[in-house]
Design a protein around this ligand. Structure first.
Ligand code: ZN
Length: 298
């Protein structure tokens, strides 16, 4: 049985690790359907969305996290945004771009992303009108495989040692995402060195995250399989979803902001206006009547 998308926060019972894990199959599949991504771009986008959600959940409440991969590979760039309540949205610049499978027969996300930079922006309280100076961190990409790049970012920019695992399974035949998810395990400062070595040894032989998700596993089962005999406690569980902030009203506001002259021009030349949201690929069509309304009210 397939699990609904969810995210859990947990902690190891010995106090050494803070853990976040998520099953994101539905939201990754929805994003990839909306953007019509190639199989490798689906893996890249799915990993980026899952990683951004986990990152968003690991920071304080009311934070909004934006993760941008500015890269030279065929995908051209990836943007994902998540809040601490568990919603995420995102896109890739060239959704149709693809590359051959790696020599190990896997989707070669690293080759599709290529070299570049990872930028993470954290804003607190923007949604309630309380704006603090945003925190921004940037690091060069390590491999373009997303999880390794986020691990490197956390270590370098946030001084948090962690293990990040992200997986997206794309069904070979239907080219649909049929499993997605991952986890971030953060080392709490002062953690016992032996506990860290033991964790590294466990993770080195852990099954791939999509293995347990494909069997219908929850985030908790994924952790049980990854952590083996390391006891942990789940602190909370919440649903997660793909959700965009765009709307027809926002489309109207954007067109209104162009000014009367420009809108009159659209009306005369195109008899309407069409706007496509980058983040979710939703198309908003403003017909003649809507444009006349904007001109009359503007
Ligand atoms: Zn949108």
């Amino acid at each position: 049985m397939r699990q609904d998308d969810h995210l859990i926060q947990a902690a190891s019972n010995d106090g050494s690790f803070r853990i976040l894990a998520a099953v994101t199959t539905e939201l990754a599949a929805e994003a990839c359907r909306r953007h019509r991504t190639s199989p490798t771009a689906s893996a890249a986008l799915g990993r980026a969305l899952s990683g951004t959600l986990l990152l968003g959940a690991s920071f304080k409440d009311l934070e909004y996290v934006t993760v941008r991969f500015v890269c030279k590979g065929p995908i051209g760039g990836i943007v994902a945004e998540a809040n601490s309540r568990g919603t995420v949205r995102g896109y890739v610049r060239n959704p149709g771009a693809d590359v051959p499978l790696s020599s190990r027969g896997k989707l070669d996300v690293g080759a599709l992303v290529g070299p570049g930079m990872l930028h993470v922006i954290r804003e607190a309280g923007a949604e309630i009108g309380f704006v603090k100076e945003p925190y921004q961190g940037s690091v060069p990409l390590v491999s373009g495989e997303i999880a390794e790049d986020l691990t490197h970012y956390l270590a370098t920019s946030e001084q948090i040692n962690s293990a990040v695992a992200l997986g997206v399974f794309v069904d070979g035949e239907g080219e649909q995402v049929t499993a997605a998810g991952g986890y971030i395990i953060q080392v709490i400062p002062g953690a016992d060195e032996d506990a860290i070595s033991a964790l590294e040894a466990r993770l080195a032989v852990a099954p791939h995250v999509t293995d347990s998700i494909r069997r219908g596993g929850s985030a908790e089962l994924m952790l049980l399989e990854a952590l083996g005999d390391l006891p942990f406690t789940v602190l909370n569980r919440r649903p997660v979803a793909f959700e965009c902030k765009c709307s027809y009203d926002r489309a109207i506001a954007i067109v209104t902001a162009l000014g009367k002259e420009e809108v009159t021009d659209m009306l005369d030349k195109d008899r309407g206006a069409e706007l496509t949201c980058h983040f979710c690929n939703q198309v908003y069509f403003l017909d003649e009547e809507s444009l006349m309304g904007i001109i009359a009210n503007g």
